[in-house]
Design a protein around this ligand. Structure first.
Ligand code: FAD
Length: 284
């Protein structure tokens, strides 16, 4: 369980990090190290250079940028949970982050690390889909902005190029009048989701006017439950009606079968949990 030998760099700015990545054959960025360190110890990753983003101050924290919030990639889960701007404009992110692992992991793990790692069991990518977030990425060719819906490509795989660093996440501030809920089903407390559902609901005159739903661990990437989003429009905000609208939550998904649950169990969970998440987000 000893990591391979690698060169360690700790630049002070993103430009130097990007330059170092361009000069290496197989570089890896390290943020909180909560997922990368186990991968190195197991030798599933054997980079020649590890570039620590911990010394770069301007990719940390939360800023109000007019029509969206910008959250630095190196913002820890601990800080996300406590941030007043996140609480005001997109509390779903804080609610879901509160369920991530335990306090020790939340003190080290970062929002950017969770997205770049792209584990389909991670709670936060489904939230990024539901909140229509965008990833801000810096590479040798400059900056690009990628919608969350296009960022996650496959299991532990994103659209990030080898010399690109995720610098921040943008979340639109259009959620006034919406309510949120993250429903997570785990075998034990402080564990990974067997299935998770991130729901955003806007109510009008006792019915659901609009909903956004992201699913955790229902495919090799996080997915939107698009058929439920259409089915629930105009449905009365009542438990039974919302449970009925959630019956197609697993449509178009390809859930894994593993130690924690078989595919059909996950399909069942996604339908039940989506109904619950909609009800809680609708204020029931
Ligand atoms: P690192 O481990 O530092 O990096 C992870 C990967 O992302 C690496 O490949 C790295 O190169 C890349 N990377 C990191 N930052 C960037 C960047 N800015 N640009 C480009 N690439 C980057 N998560 C959950 O969602 N729910 C859970 O219940 C949960 N439980 C956990 C339990 C344990 C015991 C542990 C150890 C982790 C758990 N996690 C869980 C994951 C954890 O919360 C972190 O979010 C996750 O490990 C990644 O964050 P990090 O900052 O540690 O990234």
């Amino acid at each position: 369980m000893i990591p391979p030998r690698f060169e360690y760099l700790k630049p002070n700015d993103i430009a130097s990090a990007v330059e170092a990545m361009g000069e290496s054959e197989d570089p890896k960025v390290i943020a909180g190290g909560q997922s990368l360190m186990p991968l190195l110890r197991l030798r599933f990753a054997e980079p020649d250079v590890v570039i620590d983003l911990g010394g770069i101050q301007d990719v940390r924290g939360v800023r109000d940028e007019g029509d969206h919030l910008w959250i630095g990639a190196m913002t820890t889960h601990y800080d996300v949970v406590r941030d007043p701007l996140i609480a005001e404009h997109c509390s779903l992110l804080a609610t879901a982050t509160q369920t991530v692992a335990d306090p020790a992991v939340r003190h080290r793990g970062t929002l950017g690390g969770a997205f770049a790692h792209a584990d389909p069991a991670s709670d936060l990518p489904a939230v990024a889909l539901a909140l229509e977030a965008e990833m801000v990425v810096q590479g040798a060719g400059g900056e690009r902005v990628i919608p969350a819906s296009e960022f996650f490509v496959d299991y532990l795989e994103t659209t990030l190029e080898q010399d690109e660093v995720l610098t921040g996440i943008r979340i639109p501030k259009k959620w006034g009048g919406w309510n949120f809920h993250y429903e997570k089903f785990t075998r034990t407390a402080q564990a990974w989701a067997i299935v998770g559902v991130a729901a955003a609901v806007r109510r009008s005159n006792g019915s659901v006017a609009e909903a956004r739903i992201g699913l955790t661990n229902m495919d090799s990437v996080p997915v939107r439950a698009a058929s439920v989003e259409s089915a629930v429009r105009g449905v009365p905000a009542q438990e039974e009606a919302l449970a009925e609208a959630a019956r197609t939550a697993d449509e178009g998904t390809n859930p894994p079968s593993d130690l924690h649950g078989k595919e059909d169990y996950r399909r069942h969970l996604s339908r039940v949990l989506t109904g619950r998440a909609l009800a809680r987000a609708a204020g029931l």
